[in-house]
Design a protein. Structure first.
Length: 235
């Protein structure tokens, strides 16, 4: 693989990460090293490997939640390339508003905010009028079979599967060049897994690059264009 794939949306080049255990006398716990791969427009790259090998840490480094110890994470938007590994917090926040979305395994919702508004918020942040954002949010919640009676309610009282569908709707609603997925179908039934597979296919057709962790083999086979075995990057 070349050091950088120019047509890629995201390039990881020799990325490494370890954690410092401050309560254990500063012990350093290596996680991954030498992580190198890219994802192009319209491509879904799946990260594979056993639990605890570092897959979620890689996604969190791309999203800027974790700082990497070395290497480069290059996100391209048109002619602009940002190295997330060294970017200032303000630049990372801007990328999250306009260039990358992240669906984690858990919904972290603001208390007492309606599900509809949680889903619409990423569109509002880009300047889309409130009514239009809410209309699109409603359509996305419908596609994911979230009952309309739940839309005005805060998701804290929802079931785990309902919360995850709100989470997915929020992440999939904006049109971003890069979409990061961490086990998006883990708590879903067959109908909703199929809905997510269809949403991923649409994102690919529209040119989004996707980096995904999917343990469900049927879902992974349906959406992934390439699989990266993270075991080879184990530190």
């Amino acid at each position: 693989m070349s050091a950088m794939t120019r047509s890629a949306v995201i390039d990881l080049i020799d990325v490494r990460k370890s954690f410092t255990m401050h309560l254990q006398g500063g012990l350093r716990l290596p996680v991954v090293a030498g992580v190198t791969f890219s994802a192009r427009p319209g491509e879904c790259v799946a990260l594979a490997g056993p639990s605890g090998i570092g897959k979620s840490s890689i996604l969190k480094m791309i999203f800027g939640n974790y700082r990497c110890d070395g290497g480069r994470i290059l996100l391209s938007r048109g002619d602009q390339v940002t190295d997330i590994a060294t970017a200032a917090p303000r630049a990372i926040i801007a990328l999250r508003r306009h260039a990358m979305a992240y669906v984690s395994q858990f919904l972290r919702a603001v208390p007492r905010v309606a599900a509809l508004d949680i889903v619409a918020e990423p569109l509002l942040a880009t300047g889309i009028p409130r009514e239009e954002a809410r209309r699109r949010a409603a359509a996305m919640l419908s596609r994911l079979h979230v009952p309309e009676r739940l839309w005005p309610l805060p998701p804290a009282t929802f079931s785990g599967g309902e919360q995850q569908r709100v989470n997915i709707a929020r992440g999939f609603l904006p049109e971003m060049p890069l979409l990061l997925l961490d086990e998006p179908t883990a708590s879903l039934d067959a109908d909703n897994r199929a809905a997510v597979v269809a949403l991923i296919a649409e994102k690919k057709r529209r040119g989004a690059a996707i980096v995904a962790i999917v343990h469900d083999e049927d879902v992974r086979d349906a959406v992934a264009d390439r699989c990266i075995d993270v075991t080879r990057f184990a530190a």
